[in-house]
Design a protein around this ligand. Structure first.
Ligand code: NAP
Ligand code: HSE
Length: 435
């Protein structure tokens, strides 16, 4: 057996402690599969005194994690700190520039700086791996970059945030409040350090930008992911969706379209209505699922735990095993210089059915005003429901409608006309139906 793969671990929180436990428990199996042992040489976190439920006594401690990048006894740095910039980025840059491998679970850093880091990795012949950054324990990066590498990917979409999926499915099955369920997700270790990243869709947008680059051979473009979170979803929307035969899921979706004679990239994260017959409708709790449509493979569905210490550690260690074996996939499956810079696609041209929810003053003419705006913009209404009780006289009521298939631009035009109308008590909510 050749020399051990020597690693230094920055970050000893949910994922970092999970990695140490996994390496400890499955060490012999991992060494056999990797062809050599994976040896932890040094660790770092903020608070040396904190009890992490793992024995750290046999590892060196570094207060400054960037010291890992210059240690001669370290081959690979494992970054499990988080944050798009700050110490995580400083460490990754320095390690790659010095020819050391980097394994990270940090989607924020990869989404913002992945191109630069991949360039550094390439220039210094150092591996850069980030399987755990997208969809936790699911080997989707490897699946796309290697298993489906022969395909042109037509479309990629899925459930990319465990916290949101946990919240939506708990609200659906228990009727509990949003805030209450969010607290559970934080306690279970699913949520980001800043949970607004989860519930506002930013975490899913980080992951979608990474998947899109890998799937379409385009440069990372996080800034142009059209992002909406789940904070405006009410129990009434969930009930309404169910009555129509749908569940609500936060979906990230990306494809490439021809516009003005050039290839453009569409990327969106938003809550959608998913038909109960669709495989994604049955994906509950913190589970993630990614669907990739390849021109030869057909539809591929990757499903599994999207968050939590064990599944995420599994993905981190899978990357380490790959490096130990000497597998050398370029970080985004293609040489950095060949990744295409694509302009963002105009969503106005996309066609779909939409669920629109209005909260309106219960007075004569309001429905006529809304439907006239739809008519004038060329939006055809498939069904319309109003919820309110006779005894709630004078209280705002909820009007929900589903449109026929049509361009998104037409719905946007109708909503522009209604913008500022005194009949609307709050901004309308629009969710597309996953077709
Ligand atoms: P976490 O529990 O908050 O742990 C973060 C660790 O980083 C802690 O050990 C913390 O030290 C250390 N740290 C934070 N800021 C630091 C600083 N300025 N200097 C030195 N150390 C610092 O986070 P996590 O959930 O393990 O997530 C880690 C990474 O994995 C993030 O990029 C996250 O997005 C990603 N990820 C997480 C999951 C998940 O399910 N949790 C899944 C996939 C990917 P102390 O412990 O001393 O405070
Ligand atoms: N906060 C993330 C989630 C962790 O809920 O999916 C996994 O990336």
């Amino acid at each position: 057996m050749s020399q051990n793969l020597r690693i230094a671990l920055a970050g000893l929180g949910t994922v970092g402690a999970g990695v140490l436990r996994l390496l400890e428990e499955n060490g012999a199996l991992i060494a056999a599969r990797a062809g050599r042992a994976i040896e932890v040489v040094a660790v770092s976190a903020r608070d040396r005194a904190k009890d992490r439920g793992v024995d750290l006594s046999s590892y060196d401690w570094e207060d400054d994690m960037t010291a890992f990048a210059t240690r001669d006894d370290v081959d690979v740095v494992v970054e499990l700190v988080g944050g798009s910039d700050g110490p995580a980025l400083a460490l990754a840059r320095k390690a790659l520039a010095g020819g050391k491998g980097v394994v990270t679970a940090n989607k924020a850093m990869v989404a913002h700086h992945g191109l630069e880091l991949a360039g550094l990795a390439e220039a210094n012949a150092a591996p850069l791996r980030y399987e755990a950054a997208v969809a936790g324990g699911i080997p989707v990066i490897k699946g796309l970059g290697e298993g489906a590498a022969a395909n042109r990917i037509e479309r990629i979409y899925g459930i990319l945030n465990g916290t949101c999926n946990y919240i939506l499915s708990e609200m659906e099955s228990t009727g509990r409040d949003f805030g209450d369920v969010l607290k559970d997700a934080q306690e279970l270790g699913y949520a980001e350090a800043d949970p607004t990243f989860d519930i506002e869709g930013i975490d899913a947008a980080h992951k979608l930008a990474i998947l899109a680059s890998l799937a379409f051979g385009t440069q990372l473009d996080f800034a142009n992911v059209d992002t909406t979170g789940i904070t405006r979803i009410r129990a009434a929307d969930i009930a309404q969706a169910r009555a129509l035969g749908y569940v609500i899921r936060l979906i990230g979706l990306s494809d490439c379209v021809e516009e003005g004679g050039e290839r453009r990239l569409f990327q969106r994260v938003a809550p959608c209505l998913v038909p109960t017959s669709h495989p994604l409708a049955g994906v509950g709790g913190p589970t993630n699922a990614v669907v990739a449509e390849g021109n030869y493979s057909g539809r591929l569905l990757f499903e599994g735990a999207g968050a939590g210490d064990g599944p995420t550690a599994s993905a981190v260690v899978a990357d380490l095993i790959d490096i130990a074996r000497g597998n050398a996939m370029p970080p985004f499956s293609l040489p950095v210089a060949t990744l295409e810079a694509s302009a963002p696609a105009d969503p106005g041209h996309r066609r779909n059915r939409a669920y629109l929810r209005f909260v309106v003053a219960d007075k004569p003419g309001v429905l006529a005003e809304i439907t006239a705006a739809m008519r004038d913009a060329g939006v055809s209404i498939e069904s319309l429901m109003q919820q309110g009780q006779p005894e709630d006289d004078g209280q705002p009521v909820l009007v929900a409608m589903v449109t026929h298939d049509g361009p998104e631009g037409a719905v946007a035009d109708a909503l522009k006309v209604l913008d500022g109308s005194p009949s609307l008590v709050e901004e309308p909510l629009v969710m597309r139906l996953l077709g």
